[in-house]
Design a binder for this molecule. Structure first.
Ligand SMILES: [Zn+2]
Length: 387
């Protein structure tokens, strides 16, 4: 899972709530334990206009009233906010400024090579759509997982921009002052294919996790089926014993009927009649049970499998149009007395967009194998060690 997925924890709840309320035009005053939210009369929301106190976390007074509400993952207020956001997917706009700190790639950060200077030259203004999804994975029986996931796609090329989604979450976190402002300029017609692409990306990204949960759920179902089968097997053995006991008793009684005196014969006949009907009944139950066993208890299996099947919901909550810039960065690198300038494709909020290979072995420079020598092109640590 990348950093762009946030389990629905208290901090994710707060980030989402703040982002959403601000996108509606509400203002928020923060205190340690609570927020005061003002909803202007002009705001189009189900939340009543006026001032509300949102008490943070679980340790809040019981029950919401008109002006005091609790804010935590399960609170009624938060769930209502999620529903409202999902129905209307509000849009906002945010710019990622190129003046912000230039991000040095890991393969330089992890090396002895120093960056003397970095200069970003923007060439194009680009726009991306960052969609925040609520992903809910649930089996009817026990498993339930909920998280928020941000996905960014370039609005023209539909290129997936994972790093931009992370930057978006960092920039719009509660601790940060940035918040989307203004409405996105994307029209609904333009936004729809981007939403579809983003949703596909989310589903692809969580596929491994879904498969894993699915396997777990099938295992749980298998063992429940097996447990049930063993229980029924045990029951069959018990019934069989009872069945042969009855049969022995009936034989004894038949003996008595043939050999006993008049009184005991009448008594034995009556008893045998009762036992025979019990025997018939038992026989029927046993046959029915065996038949179900031989068929693999289909109804019970279906019921168990249904209880363990997965329900996955991917709901878009907000769409933010993010303006960013693409261009190039000149990194002035030094290592001891050596110096070298490298020019690399770069995007604000994305970082370096191209991979760089070792001049000697042609392997991609990485966090694990960073740049080591810069005197003869860029050389990786492994090659530098071999010399
Ligand atoms: Zn190398």
């Amino acid at each position: 899972m990348t950093d762009a997925a946030v389990p629905v924890t208290q901090s994710a709840v707060e980030q989402f709530t703040e982002r959403y309320l601000r996108s509606l035009g509400c203002s928020i005053e923060h205190s340690d334990d609570y927020w005061v939210v003002s909803v202007p009369d002009t705001t189009d929301t189900e939340i009543p206009h006026g001032k509300h106190t949102l008490v943070r976390g679980e340790g809040a007074p019981d029950g919401d009233d008109d002006s005091t509400k609790r804010l935590h993952p399960e609170s009624a207020f938060f769930q209502r906010l999620l529903r409202e956001a999902a129905e209307r997917s509000p849009t906002g706009k945010l710019s990622i400024e190129s003046e912000s700190d230039i991000e040095t790639p890991k393969w330089i950060q992890r090396s002895d090579v120093e960056v003397q200077n970095a200069q970003f030259v923007p060439y194009y203004d680009r726009t991306a759509a960052v969609v925040l999804f609520r992903v809910g994975i649930e089996t009817v029986s026990e498993y339930q997982k909920e998280f928020l996931r941000a996905v960014a796609v370039d609005s023209r090329s539909e290129e997936h921009l994972p790093r931009l989604a992370e930057s978006f979450l960092e920039l719009t976190s509660v601790e940060s002052s940035e918040a989307p402002s203004g409405s996105a300029e994307l029209t609904q017609t333009e936004a729809r294919p981007l939403l579809d692409t983003a949703r596909e990306l989310v589903i692809n990204e969580i596929q491994d996790r879904l498969d894993e949960i699915h396997r777990e759920a099938s295992r749980a179902a298998d063992s429940e089926v097996e447990e049930y089968r063993q229980l029924q097997e045990h029951r069959i053995t018990e019934l069989q014993e009872e069945h042969s006991n009855l049969s022995a008793k009936i034989n004894d009684l038949s003996e008595q009927i043939n050999t006993g005196d008049e009184d005991s014969r009448v008594q034995a006949l009556r008893e045998r009649k009762e036992l025979k009907s019990e025997y018939e009944e038992l026989n029927e139950t046993l046959n029915e049970l065996r038949e179900r066993r031989d068929g693999g208890f289909p109804e019970r299996q279906r019921e168990i499998r249904e209880r363990h099947s997965l329900d996955v919901q991917v709901t878009p909550l907000t769409l933010t149009e993010v303006e960013y810039e693409r261009g190039e960065v000149d990194f002035e690198l030094t290592n001891g007395s050596r110096g070298q300038t490298v020019t690399l494709g770069y995007g604000s909020g994305i970082g370096v967009t191209e991979t760089v290979r070792c001049a000697s072995c042609d392997q991609e420079l990485s966090e694990q194998d960073p740049v080591q020598k810069i005197s003869n092109g860029l050389e990786c640590q492994r090659c530098a060690k071999e010399r």
